[in-house]
Design a binder for this molecule. Structure first.
Ligand SMILES: Nc1ncnc2c1ncn2[C@@H]1O[C@H](COP(=O)(O)OP(=O)(O)OP(=O)(O)O)[C@@H](O)[C@H]1O
Length: 618
């Protein structure tokens, strides 16, 4: 086993690469790092202030906001120097490898030198130390993971991206979603959010984040939103029994406290996307209007960067009134995710998924703020050479590995304090994933990464890559101000104090009720119409059948009569012929009888004694 000598000074600087990760135990002096922490991304801040846009520039909204002019957006900043929090979770396994040891303080993972046959890389054949914000061994459950990694961020009402990263089958999806018995981070966060804002929840979708802009919606748009939400929720699986169990278990695990403020109304929206083979798909699309099209068409969407804001153009965002509704939509989206069975996980996510919860708050002052929580379940990195992956699975794996590699490069660039005077210092545009997670990678929003590892010998090398990736993320120091919340002030909205807001709400509820009734009437009329059409069709069918039957019967009758006539004529002809033949025969018989009589007379004459004829006797 090759031992790492801490006093040995390498002659040249180590080459940085994500695929051949840096050895974190190499003397820090010889890592390609600056001597002191510098302010990063000044140039990127400038970029976000200018009017340039990537992909497409589309800030015009289909949503009317005419009466409520946006007086300008701003952001609530925190100037504190900070970096991402990186947590390590070890998956429970039957016989854990002895190659991984957690330090006494519980923050450093020490990997032993790999046995030669387990490593294709010399660098891996030495002891390494990886430090984390916290390490959770297999005994740590879902409750503690939430309390440590996510809960405080929700309480602070900050914009945050929670990212699960690890090899395939190491427990990323389990950590984020959990199972029926043990809820993961997302259901807990939803319960936390809905309990926190319990007294401020606004039941009408009056404010929406559209293309990264907060808009006050007109009544007709509100109705559309309510209709869309009703339609989509109707498609969701029924999880009420399961949800009740989950809800009680979560509330038993944590003590979420409702906020007291009365000056704010809160609206919560969720969206869910997957990035599959470098294409972005909406997992909450509405069903098609025509009933004939059973499956909603999967249309890939564009990620747009405009004025430093990143959003997905045309992404469905659904207004939710309870944790149950949000979890229902999460389950619906999950059913639409691309899963496949791989060598290491029978139900492996083949895409990166991002579930976003936007908490929009409008304050009595007229200020509207948004806290955005992004939960990102990354597809598992995979050794395509060892697992024998082929065909479409291989293509997927290559795409997954490439996008993870770009993510690694972005983190690497962010952790490198070597200042470069160009805006493209972080290559976040190189993959859809990094483009979408740009605010977290640039440090404008908080980033927490939960790294999952299966502590088995056979995954040793893959795990070292994951750990190196994590250690790169851990090194990042953002000096750019963290955006705590996005703010917008509306001039019209300032007047919308509570009484008028309540009036609005009542009016909207009335309209919704009316709309509901009209929809029911339309449904009833449609039903009647269909019924009438069916009856008419039936009547027409019967009429046609009757006519056809009558004409058929008439044709048969006419045919019979014709045949009867022909038969009669032929029999008369036959009778006449027979009569003539009989007559001829009778005449012949009469002639013959006459002849017989004549002959008889002649014979009598000859026999009489007076005859002159002498009879000679022998
Ligand atoms: N900490 C844990 N405790 C109990 N079971 C776990 C834990 N972590 C993972 N598992 C189980 O391991 C299996 C694989 O986990 P999971 O699907 O979360 O992996 P993954 O990292 O998301 O994989 P992929 O990237 O292939 O989708 C699941 O059956 C899950 O229940």
């Amino acid at each position: 086993m090759e031992k790492h000598d801490v006093h040995h000074v390498p002659h040249s600087r180590e080459v940085r690469s994500f695929l051949m990760p840096r050895d974190p135990s190499v003397d820090r002096r010889f890592r390609p790092r600056p001597n002191k922490q510098q302010r990063l991304f000044d140039e990127v801040i400038m970029e976000s202030d200018d009017n340039s846009s990537t992909d497409a520039s589309d800030t015009e909204s289909e949503y009317a906001s005419t009466n409520y002019e946006d007086e300008g957006s701003s952001t609530e900043h925190s100037e504190v120097e900070s970096g991402p929090q990186v947590f390590l979770r070890l998956r429970p396994v039957e016989s854990p490898s002895k190659l991984y040891v957690v330090s006494d303080d519980g923050n450093v993972l020490i990997t032993s030198a790999a046995p030669n046959e387990n490593s294709s890389n010399n660098m891996n054949r030495m002891e390494k130390h990886y430090s984390f914000s916290s390490i959770f061994d297999s005994s740590v459950g879902q409750r503690d993971i939430y309390d440590k990694c996510v809960g405080p961020k929700i309480m602070e009402e900050e914009c945050v991206t929670i990212m699960a990263y690890g090899t395939s089958g190491s427990g990323k999806t389990y950590t984020l979603l959990g199972d029926n018995a043990m809820a993961g981070v997302i259901p807990r966060a939803l319960e936390n959010i809905f309990t926190m804002y319990k007294n401020q929840l606004y039941t009408t979708p009056k404010v929406k984040l559209v293309n990264a802009h907060m808009l006050l919606l007109e009544d007709d748009v509100v109705l559309e939103e309510l209709q869309a939400r009703r339609q989509l929720l109707a498609l969701c699986p029924d999880i009420s029994a399961q949800y009740n169990r989950l809800h009680h278990a979560i509330q038993g695990d944590h003590e979420f406290v409702p906020l007291e403020s009365e000056d704010v109304s809160v609206m919560i929206w969720v969206s869910f996307v997957e990035i599959y083979n470098e294409l972005v798909y909406d997992l909450l699309t509405l069903p098609p209007k025509q009933a004939s099209m059973s499956e909603p068409r999967r249309k890939n969407l564009k990620i747009v960067c405009n004025k430093g804001q990143v959003f997905i153009k045309g992404l469905t965002s659904i207004f939710v009134k309870s944790g149950e509704e949000a979890i229902k939509l999460l389950r619906l989206g999950q059913q639409r995710i691309t899963y496949a069975s791989t060598a290491v996980n029978a139900n492996s996510s083949r895409s990166h998924c991002v579930f976003t919860v936007n908490v929009l708050k409008y304050h009595r002052s007229g200020m509207t703020t948004c806290s955005s929580y992004k939960f990102c379940d990354l597809a598992g990195s995979e050794r395509v050479d060892k697992t024998g992956t082929i065909g479409s699975r291989l293509r997927e794996a290559q795409r997954i590995n490439t996008s993870l590699m770009v993510l690694g490069r972005c983190l690497d660039a962010a952790s490198s304090t070597k200042k470069k005077n160009n805006a493209d210092v972080i290559p976040y545009r190189d993959s859809k994933l990094t483009l979408l997670l740009q605010p977290a990678l640039l440090g404008t929003e908080r980033l927490a990464m939960i790294v999952t590892v299966t502590p088995l010998d056979k995954y040793f090398e893959e795990n070292l890559n994951v750990l190196s990736f994590a250690s790169i993320a851990k090194d990042i120091i953002f000096k750019k101000p963290i955006i705590k919340q996005h703010n917008t002030r509306y001039s019209g909205f300032a007047e919308s104090n509570l009484p008028s807001a309540i009036r609005d709400m009542k009016r909207i509820e009335e309209l919704e009720e009316q709309n509901y009734k009209l929809q029911a009437e339309i449904d009833q009329m449609n039903y009647q119409h269909v019924l009438q059409m069916q009856l008419l069709e039936e009547k027409l069918r019967k009429e046609l059948t009757d006519r056809f039957q009558a004409s058929l019967e008439m044709n048969i009758k006419q045919g019979e009569e014709r045949l009867q006539k022909m038969l009669h004529m032929q029999s008369r002809e036959f009778e006449a012929k027979m009569a003539s033949v009989n007559r001829k025969h009778a005449e012949k018989v009469e002639d013959l009888e006459d002849k017989i009589e004549e002959l008889k007379d002649e014979i009598e004459e000859l026999k009489s004694p007076n005859s002159d004829i002498e009879i000679i006797d022998d």
